[in-house]
Design a protein around this ligand. Structure first.
Ligand code: FES
Ligand SMILES: [Fe+2]
Length: 421
């Protein structure tokens, strides 16, 4: 699918006829059976982002990633040759989880020369090969070469580390990402090493929370108390409309035209924002991030505020015009729960003032995210009542329509492939 200008007639949704305009079912977000299908058809087939290369700064740096939806834990490591590798986090002796600290289900990170199993002391090199077996002579014809860690397909794009849990990925990572996403190459992600993290369990299906971040129809309503009434009152009356949407393959983007809080009247700004010169949209002072690659602001909207790239299945990169970016991950844990992770990335602050501005963005973001998460837990419980089966979506909710369609298509396609085998 290609880039569209704002449709002269019709709507964004109607430019993608395969989506239809009919009310949609949310059965895919309340059905345990559908969730089981998604595990195989989506999360074991798609490339999944599990972090960034800056999390592996040196040889021997590692971290673990719990991927509950695929019932595994992954170990990411930078080996002695600077290669980023991924393995299933399981010891080949008797299946203990290889790397964990005090709590087996919690993620961990560190730096080491070898991985040593806590159970019987088998040790593995950074490239996954089995280095040492305790009392090796007591085993029966044990060929150590055959007992290395089980590798996971791992590729890096623009510093983002992706894994694929399929036995053989159906596409390379760049084929999977496609031209809309790979056009972000050249964005200075690697310079934005000031990182603020936020993680929370949410009792709602992962797609419901993605929906809340891929439409802004709700923004003036749900978040109205987040801004002074002099701002939120008129905003609510005017409603909100994003100036650009684009779908490509399983991925999608929405751009906003951006509010410039520093240009607003005093009574429309929060006191804390004035003190810190910062807020939800970022520090008021524009960061010097150089020229943008062609993938940014794909609809060439001016003024431009942000692009939210929703990368299938569960990863979002949100680029802000103020010169910083956010990522979201939605890691499913059950059909009606997931773990939400938000990461904010800025250039390293050069002054205390810049640091405070970043902190203000982080806490403001967290407040907004809590407002969304709370609402979604309420939505989940009532969807599960199944009292209503079909829900009308507006044109601004075109990306929600697309996500649910793509998840359904992937499940259906996988079912067909399995039936053919
Ligand atoms: S399970 Fe790891 S050494 Fe026995
Ligand atoms: Fe929201």
């Amino acid at each position: 699918m290609s880039r569209f200008p704002k449709p002269a007639e019709g709507s964004w949704t109607q430019h993608y006829p395969e989506l239809g305009t009919a009310p949609v079912s949310y059965e895919d977000s309340i059905s345990p059976d559908f969730y089981d299908l998604e595990r195989e058809a989506v999360f074991k087939r798609a490339w999944l982002n599990v972090g960034r290369v800056e999390q592996l700064p040196r040889n021997g740096s590692y971290y673990t990633k719990e991927i509950d939806v695929a019932r595994t834990s992954i170990l990411l490591v930078r080996d002695g040759d600077d290669q980023v590798r991924a393995f299933h986090n399981i010891c080949r002796h008797r299946g203990n989880k290889l790397v964990w600290q005090d709590f087996p289900k919690e993620e961990t990170r560190g730096v080491c020369r070898q991985f040593s199993c806590k159970y019987h002391g088998w040790r593995y090199n950074l490239d996954g090969s089995l280095a040492f077996v305790q009392q090796e002579a007591e085993f029966f014809d044990l060929d150590k070469d055959r007992f290395g860690l089980v590798p996971v397909h791992c590729e890096v794009w623009a510093g983002f580390i992706f894994v694929n849990l399929g036995s053989e990925p159906e596409q390379s990572l760049s084929e999977f990402l496609g031209p809309m996403v790979t056009a972000l190459e050249g964005y200075p992600f690697e310079r934005m090493t000031s990182r603020w993290q936020y993680k929370a369990p949410v009792d709602a299906n992962w797609k419901l929370y993605m929906d809340a971040f891929q439409e802004f129809y709700h923004a003036p309503v749900l978040h109205s108390n987040q801004t002074p009434r002099a701002f939120s009152g008129p905003a609510l009356q005017a409603g909100f409309e994003a100036p650009y949407y684009q779908l490509e393959g399983p991925h999608r983007v929405v751009s906003t035209s951006g509010i410039r809080p520093w240009e607003l009247d005093h009574d429309k700004r929060k006191r804390m924002e004035e003190i810190t010169s910062s807020g939800l949209f970022g520090p008021w002072e524009q960061a010097d991030v150089g020229p943008m690659p062609p993938g940014v602001n794909p609809g060439r909207r001016e003024p431009w505020g942000s692009d939210s790239f929703q990368i299938f299945p569960n990863f979002t990169i949100l680029i802000w015009s103020q010169g910083w970016y956010l990522t979201y991950h939605y890691w499913p844990t059950r059909y009606n729960s997931h773990v939400f992770e938000g990461n904010l990335y800025f250039l390293p602050p050069a002054t205390p003032r810049e640091r405070v501005a970043q902190e203000m963005v982080a806490v403001t973001f967290k407040e907004y995210a809590l407002q969304d998460a709370n609402t979604l837990e309420a939505t989940q419980t009532m969807l599960e009542s199944r009292v209503v089966e079909r829900f009308p979506l507006s044109d601004q909710e075109v990306l929600c329509r697309h996500l649910h369609k793509v998840a359904g298509d992937w499940v259906e396609e996988h079912q067909k492939t399995k039936a053919r085998r």
